[in-house]
Design a binder for this molecule. Structure first.
Ligand code: BGN
Length: 272
């Protein structure tokens, strides 16, 4: 069986390739939902892929074009939710956006039981890397080209990861407090360890990803508060997350069922 998939990281494409790639889109239902014909899903899971981003239009196009055929080859019952932060006032708050995405996806369809948390700039290279949940939290982006296909450190949970609905609720979701680059994933790992959940991973030989090129330098977006937040995070784990999402400074501007994804537009205002 041929398992490696073509990764196209250009937003331009010749018409023939485009046609071939677009074919699988035909059966995608409004909101970016798909399930195998005759309900013959490869697992009993219903998977919501949550993708958070801000100012990354070009990456989103490449991501969607790649992901639908990829997920369909895995025979999953899935939907793609894109949670976009707009507005200039606040830096990118990935954890808060994941909590909003989780909540809104379940409002849209309460039957999701598995959630994949996905950076928009990571493109999976091999269909053997199954987008399903496991008994314990599952970190899928083990080997990324940018890190020479080596795991940077053993407790890393960022990039692409999977949690069951039950585990996400148990962990109280992500912290809402990390805005700017870094730390929200390490905070999540600490929540897992607090609850004695083990982090598991697929085989590095196929859990491979290409990272799309960034136009901006991450250091300009760094969150200097992340070290302090991380050192005090565990004590806040039960009160900072899904439980206090209502009180967080955000509003959902719109939820739109587009052709290839459900678009959740979120405005986050600065804490005063
Ligand atoms: C780490 C970041 C993660 C990020 C990985 C991989 C922090 C916390 C302060 C120690 N953690 O350094 O958020 O996913 O790199 O890029 O910055």
């Amino acid at each position: 069986m041929k398992v490696a998939v073509l990764v196209t990281t250009s937003s331009k494409m010749d018409p023939e390739t485009l046609h071939k790639t677009l074919n699988p889109y035909r059966n995608v239902r409004a909101g970016g939902k798909w399930s195998p014909a005759g309900n013959r899903s490869s697992s009993s899971e219903k998977v919501a892929i949550l993708v958070t981003y801000k100012d990354r239009e070009e990456h989103l196009k490449i991501f969607l074009r790649h992901m639908h055929p990829f997920l369909q080859r895995q025979g999953l019952d899935y939907a793609i939710y894109v949670i976009e932060q707009h507005g200039e006032e606040q830096k990118f708050c990935k954890g808060l956006l994941y909590n909003v995405g989780f909540t809104e996806a379940l409002k849209d369809d309460p039957t999701y039981n598995c959630f994949i948390f996905h950076d928009v700039d990571l493109i999976p290279e091999d269909v053997r890397n199954l987008y399903t949940c496991r008994k314990s939290p599952f970190h899928l982006s083990v080997a990324i080209d940018k890190f020479e296909y080596k795991l940077p450190y053993v407790t890393l949970f960022g990039g692409v990861s999977a949690l069951t609905k039950a585990h996400y609720e148990l962990l109280n979701g992500y912290s809402n407090l990390y805005c700017g680059w870094g730390g929200e994933d390490d905070d999540m790992t600490r929540r897992m360890f607090k609850h004695k959940l083990r982090l598991s991973r697929p085989d590095k030989d196929f859990a491979r990803y290409k990272m799309l090129a960034h136009s901006r330098n991450r250091t300009t977006d760094d969150n200097p508060a992340r070290y302090y937040l991380l050192s005090t995070g565990v004590s806040r784990a039960d009160t900072d997350g899904l439980t206090d999402l209502q009180a967080a400074n955000y509003s959902v501007t719109s939820v739109t069922h587009k052709e290839l994804y459900t678009h959740i537009l979120v405005n986050i205002t600065k804490r005063r």
